[in-house]
Write a protein that binds this ligand. Structure first.
Ligand code: IPM
Ligand code: MG
Length: 358
């Protein structure tokens, strides 16, 4: 049966990088005879401009009917001053939440060719292969009550709620343990159990779950220490599992270890493996429209999509191999540029991956 992919280019550099990812997907479809059809939709600022809201019904219906979604990025200064309830980011959070895409997988893998582009010494990052499993539909991002209120003394106060139910913790925990089973069988659960009750429960549930996965080693780490360890000795980690906000922060830090956030793909999955795929980086409005953005994170997101939601493993492997070939050839966008390499544009990078895909 034909698989249906919804493509949401979004804002800023989103359309440019998604265009390159589409070229690669088209080549994979032709090369491997994949039965994939796709449609386009709007999300974020692009949707605000067209419909007045960041996640409109048309996109909602297409998203619910899709087998997988490929997203560029959302947001930009143009929409920073509008009512916060309809900012572009709210569209992203709404689509994640409504489709129950609770498991966000963010692999931080250092391509050996990029060891020089990392901000850390090559020996500290060589061979790095971490998977961050971030809870994506709960925690402080969604907890109610939330808002900005005026106190009796006339002063305003902003407030949010950090909460996790046992079942929310359990389902993301299972995901992390299952992922670890296919890797080095180690899970580090990151919390702030020395201060926050929500994460005291988080730790308790992880410990309980761990009894069902005796083959996987579970450790716990406070988030501040985890941030430090990520830049001190990142190779100690295999799978890291954590809540929504900590995962947001730690995954950006982990991304830099790999040379550039422009290299990091992600998958956001529901309980049946249906998912949305997006680069971890944002819409980078400062470089939008200049043809300098790195399309590799989006191209690698296509590979994750083929692997996790569409069961097309061979094509996924081949796309990842093609990215490696292109790096071997010394082609680099500005963000990963280093001496002796050739700097290329967004489009040239996409074309090179298409060429290398065989
Ligand atoms: C991410 C982004 C989003 C998040 C923003 C754009 C809402 O930073 O996907 O990491 O915080 O989840
Ligand atoms: Mg983020």
């Amino acid at each position: 049966m034909s698989k249906n992919v919804l493509i949401l280019p979004g804002d800023g550099i989103g359309p440019e990088i998604v265009a390159e990812a589409k070229k690669v997907l088209d080549k994979a479809i032709a090369l491997f005879g994949l039965d994939i059809s796709y449609s386009d939709g709007l999300l974020g600022g692009a949707s605000i401009d067209a419909h007045g809201v960041p996640f409109a019904d048309d996109t909602r219906e297409k998203a619910k009917a899709a087998d997988a979604i490929l997203l560029g990025a959302v947001g930009g200064p143009k929409w920073d001053t509008i009512d916060r309830a309809i900012r572009p980011e709210r569209g992203l959070l709404a689509i994640r939440s409504e489709l129950e895409l609770f498991a966000n997988l963010r692999p931080a893998i250092l391509y050996p060719q990029l060891a020089d582009a990392s901000s850390l010494k090559p020996e500290i990052v060589a061979g790095l292969d971490i998977l961050i499993v971030r809870e994506l539909t709960g925690g402080i991002y969604f907890g109610e009550p939330r808002g900005i209120r005026t106190l009796e003394n006339g002063e305003r106060e902003g407030y949010n709620t950090y909460k996790y139910s046992e079942s929310e913790i359990e389902r993301i925990g299972r995901n992390a343990f299952e992922m670890a089973r296919k890797r080095d069988k180690r899970v580090c659960s990151v919390d702030k159990a020395n201060v926050l009750e929500a994460t005291i429960l988080w730790r308790e549930v992880m410990d309980r779950l761990s009894a069902e996965y005796p083959d996987v080693e579970l450790s716990h780490m406070y988030v501040d220490n985890a941030a430090m360890q990520l830049v001190r000795a990142p190779k100690q980690f295999d799978v890291m599992v954590t809540g929504n906000m900590f995962g947001d922060i730690l995954s950006d830090a982990a991304a830099m270890l790999t040379g550039s956030i422009g290299m990091l793909p992600s998958a956001s999955l529901d309980k049946n493996g249906r998912g949305m795929y997006e680069p971890c980086h944002g819409s980078a409005p400062d470089i939008a429209g200049q043809g300098v953005a790195n399309p590799l994170a989006t191209i690698l997101s296509v590979a994750m999509m083929l692997r996790y939601s569409l069961d097309m493993t061979e094509a996924a492997d081949k796309i990842e191999a093609a990215v490696s070939v292109v790096l071997d050839l010394g082609l680099r966008t500005g963000d990963i540029m280093s001496e002796g390499c050739r700097q290329v544009s967004t489009g040239e990078m996409g074309d090179a991956v298409v060429d290398a895909l065989r």
